[in-house]
Design a protein around this ligand. Structure first.
Ligand code: AMP
Ligand code: ZN
Length: 473
């Protein structure tokens, strides 16, 4: 096991990563709210979380990663107001909530596949865990941490010794939840209380409802992540990840209710990915101004160019998206692939000792708070190093287990592509020589037939004084 350092948003410090159980990592990720396509901002978070998971595996840890799918309970505002996002999505598309959920869940994992984001070990839709929410909410009621008011069940934040707030993020990020929450809920005893279970609330058109001890209703958004995490990863979680906008109130509330329920500290490390911004601010689904992976593909970008673009920056800094920036990333990625393609695998044998030393250096660099941009730099260092081709390729392939850029696969495809015209050229030259023979023999019909054959292959020929030249149509 190699040492990894990670910035922990809970302690506001970079810490040595020490999991609860040696060698094993339990990792929870807030999954998408499946009422629309994921935008590339959402996917920045998932790319960086994926890089962390891959780094941990590379460093020797056995990782179990769990992700929820939010298909109920996430309201338009994080402060329990507005419509359920899923209901809104279903209305927009004249479909049922479940149809919308299935469609956008599949679309999300299609995007993940294209971006080389590994499928989590467990994926749990929120609608599949109602019994768990009821169990935990009942226990919170019994312990006096929750109360029933106006038809809803609320978590009572005044009962906590400390209502934890991650207070190291931008005022602007924090303001999102706060600003949208100005609409006061008169049932709340304290400003920060939040809904665990909705029943007779104003959301009459809620499509999915379940029976509960507090009446027919549906769960709040925060309770789902706590329950799904505890169900699959137990009472002690190592890493919880999400975008920085989720730090407050979502993660803050997760900590409140999980620790109140368990009676002990719950999650050791909190990893928050900062936003992908456009010139107008944070890219968001609700603003309707968002870019998708499909759109990038339509514009001719390989999705991995976007992954490369993300990896070049640190996850704890905002990243500005512009087409110019993406074009620069594409040029660099293409150049990188070309350099890898130029390496000769038959040049020497893999020097395993040297390769292992490079690997150690790589973990040290990237393992310093997921410094993926140093990981990218390491690729160029290998290309420049005084090593044989076989060793370089082995080391690059090894680093790519963390970076997920398909370096060797893309390089092989490029080599094939470069070889293809040459192979074609041989055949074309042979046909042109045969045509010349036919012409010398005054077999005009045969010569014309060859010209037609070449034309069908997309090759135009021209007879000049110097001989026959050809171009591809
Ligand atoms: P959602 O589907 O809205 O629940 O969000 C899915 C994930 O994307 C969450 O972890 C969010 O924190 C994250 N996220 C949302 N907007 C952005 C953004 N502009 N940049 C990076 N991550 C984001
Ligand atoms: Zn969550």
């Amino acid at each position: 096991m190699k040492t990894i350092y990670l910035y922990n948003s809970a302690s506001h410090k970079k810490e040595e990563f020490i999991p609860n159980e040696p060698g094993r990592v339990s990792m929870y990720t807030c999954g998408p709210t499946v009422y629309h396509f994921a935008h590339i901002g959402n996917l920045r978070s998932y790319i960086m979380e994926d890089a962390l998971e891959k780094l941990l595996r590379y460093a020797g840890y056995d990782v179990k990663r769990v992700m929820n799918i939010t298909d109920v309970g996430h309201l338009a505002s994080d402060a329990d107001t507005g419509e359920d996002k899923m209901v809104k999505g279903a209305q927009r598309e004249h479909k049922t909530v479940m149809e919308i959920a299935k469609f956008y869940t599949d679309a999300f994992f299609d995007d993940c596949r294209k971006l080389n984001i590994k499928y989590p070990d467990v994926v749990q839709p929120a609608t599949g865990m109602i019994g768990e929410y009821i169990k935990v909410i009942s226990s919170l009621m019994d312990k006096g941490y929750a109360y029933f008011a106006g038809g809803n069940v609320y978590f009572d934040t005044s009962k906590l010794a400390k209502y934890y707030v991650f207070n190291d993020h931008d005022e602007e990020d924090l303001a999102v939840g706060v600003r949208e929450g100005v609409e006061e809920d008169a049932n709340k005893r304290n400003k920060n209380d939040f809904v665990l279970w909705f029943t007779k609330s104003k959301f009459e058109d809620q499509a999915l409802k379940w029976d509960s001890p507090w009446g027919v209703g549906y769960p709040g958004w925060h309770i789902e992540c706590s329950c799904i995490s505890m169900k699959y990863l137990g009472e002690h979680l190592d890493i919880h990840c999400g975008g920085i906008d989720n730090a407050f109130p979502h993660h803050t509330n997760e900590i409140a209710q999980s620790e109140a329920y368990l009676g002990h500290p719950w999650c050791k490390y909190w990893m928050h990915v900062h936003h992908l911004n456009t010139s107008h601010g944070k890219m968001s689904k609700s603003s309707g101004e968002f870019l998708t992976v499909s759109l990038l593909e339509e514009k001719g970008y390989d999705p991995l160019v976007y992954r490369f673009f993300c990896l070049q920056s640190h996850y704890r800094k905002g990243l500005v998206f512009s087409w110019e920036n993406l074009d620069n990333a594409r040029a660099a990625y293409d150049k990188l692939i070309a350099r890898v393609a130029a390496l000769d695998p038959a040049d020497g044998a893999v020097d395993s000792e040297t390769a292992a030393a490079w690997k150690d250096k790589f973990v040290e660099a990237v393992g310093n708070d997921l410094n993926t941009s140093l990981g990218v730099t390491a690729l160029y260092d290998v290309l420049k190093a005084d090593l044989n081709g076989a060793t370089k390729l082995a080391v690059l392939d090894s680093f790519d287990q963390v970076l997920g850029l398909d370096l060797l696969k893309k390089a092989a495809a490029l080599r094939e592509q470069q070889a293809a015209p040459a192979e074609g050229a041989e055949e074309i030259e042979a046909l042109i020589a045969k045509r010349l023979e036919a012409k010398r023999a005054k077999d005009w019909a045969a010569a014309d037939a060859i010209r037609d054959q070449l034309k069908a292959m997309g090759v135009e020929i021209k007879d000049t004084k110097e001989g026959t030249t050809w171009t591809r149509a």
